[in-house]
Write a protein that binds this ligand. Structure first.
Ligand SMILES: [Zn+2]
Length: 452
């Protein structure tokens, strides 16, 4: 049930009953929320500044520029700054170096570390924009631009939350970290994966992680489904196209594979349901996309004026994108495809195939009673007056590296912005949603780092 949002001052004083958190807590939250609201203009200009740095990936440009911007801002608040270049990761070059930043502010006492991780890269703009994609225009209540929603708005909200928290409560325990990392849109190998491999997300250094991806201000994203990307090749034998019986057509073999998938694989995938609360609901099952299909001669270049030659194709290749559930094992997912190919082989005498894995990601889902989940849920209840929605992302994001490489399970995605706007033309984020998310993040810091 949804209740109307309540003013925090009223909430903690109405009814006369003492709340378990006490007056001290209510006073802290009132000051926190008032200060965040007072910094509304600053939140807007910070978001605009971030959008105006065109960190398009690929190729992965302006990473150093955005890290320097964040350094200049956070160093003023006594954050210790570290720049880490992910040398020799995919795409790293002198022209497009993969720079990352970690900013850490220690509290006055020992304690735990809460880390906000945002990716700095944005995808290409594409067509059909009606505003400048790197203008950061404020129109009505929305800030527009590539990355406004995914995820510079979330990054700005987390920075304002952290700054207000350290300003108001400099005697906090533990540490607050903010990272800006590269290449999330292309797999995160030059960003979070690189940092996780070097211990930056090890449980002894960081205990709580919030990734402010645009999963909506009232939802906590616990994780994501798994991925298996593979290329399937069918093999035949080349011959003259006028005498195809002398060769063996790899494209016809691939046709047989597709038919077998339609008849047996797709129906069985549709029946595999999950307990993961994936959004949208259509993704609450196993899915398979065929990303690409190619057989025979390469497509000619657009300016090529010649004719193709008559050949029987000796190779056809298909790239598949299989998304799997926490209830499934990667080995079974792989075996299922091999079984499809073996069934085809059993009835086509000359059929031959190869499977090559491109990448895999194991599903990740943080427990609902994990400390970071409880803290953010409490924040949503206070700020929005309603219980959070728990969701799981249909696709992956950097949580995979924090979980698998960093061995840190206490990680969620929570941030402002509407997921459906990500990567679209005229992408925007609402200022009010950023304020709300900043309050929730700020309250989480109070919960986790301030002794009561
Ligand atoms: Zn994102």
């Amino acid at each position: 049930m949804v209740r109307a949002p309540l003013d925090i001052r009223n909430r903690y004083t109405q009814g006369g009953g003492a709340l378990p958190t006490g007056d001290c807590m209510s006073d802290r939250l009132s000051r926190l929320f008032e200060t965040i609201e007072a910094r509304r203009d600053e939140l807007v200009s910070l978001t605009q500044d971030l959008i105006r740095i065109p960190t398009i990936n690929p190729p992965g440009q302006a990473y150093l520029e955005i890290c320097e911007y964040l350094r200049d801002r956070l160093a003023r608040r006594q954050f210790e700054i570290e720049f880490i270049r992910a040398f020799d990761t995919p795409g790293d070059s002198e022209a497009f170096p993969r720079w990352n930043i970690i900013a850490r502010r220690e509290g006055a006492h020992p304690g735990q570390c809460v880390h906000f991780n945002s990716h700095t890269d944005v995808v290409e703009t594409g067509r059909d924009w009606t505003v400048d994609p790197f203008g950061g225009d404020l129109i009505g209540e929305g800030i527009y631009g590539r990355g406004a929603c995914d995820m510079k708005g979330g990054m700005a909200a987390s920075i304002i939350a952290a700054e207000v928290f350290v300003d108001l409560f400099p005697d906090f325990a533990g540490a607050v970290e903010i990272s800006g990392t590269a290449d999330e849109e292309t797999g995160g190998f030059g960003g979070v994966a690189y940092l996780a491999e070097r211990g930056y997300f090890a449980p002894e250094r960081v205990q709580h992680v919030i990734i402010p991806e645009p999963l909506n201000k009232d939802s906590i994203c616990l994780g994501h489904r798994g991925v298996w990307w593979a290329e399937i090749e069918t093999r035949g034998e080349i011959a003259h196209g006028s005498m195809p019986f002398l060769g063996d057509c790899a494209v016809r073999h691939m046709g047989a594979v597709l038919q077998e998938m339609e008849e047996t694989l797709y129906p069985s995938l549709a029946e595999k349901r999950t307990e993961m609360p994936v959004i949208p609901k259509g993704a609450r099952q196993s899915t398979l996309n065929i990303n690409s299909l190619h057989g025979g001669q390469d497509e000619p270049a657009a300016d090529f004026t010649g004719l193709p030659s008559p050949c029987v194709p000796d190779s056809a290749r298909m790239v598949i994108d299989r998304r799997f559930l926490i209830e499934e094992r990667l080995e079974d997912v792989q075996q299922e495809i091999e079984d499809v190919l073996e069934r085809v082989k059993a009835r086509r005498p000359k059929f031959d195939y190869a499977i090559r894995e491109i990448q895999h990601v194991i599903p990740s889902m943080t427990e609902r009673d994990a400390p970071i989940v409880r803290a953010v849920a409490q924040g949503i209840e206070t700020v929005l007056g309603q219980a959070p929605e728990y969701v799981v992302s249909p696709g992956t994001y950097d949580q995979k590296h924090i979980d698998r490489i960093g061995r840190l399970k206490n990680c969620i995605a929570y941030g402002p912005g509407i997921l459906e706007l990500a990567h679209k033309p005229d992408e925007y984020v609402l200022v009010g949603d950023m304020i709300t998310a900043a309050k929730v993040m700020g309250q989480s810091l109070v919960d986790l780092l301030l002794p009561s």
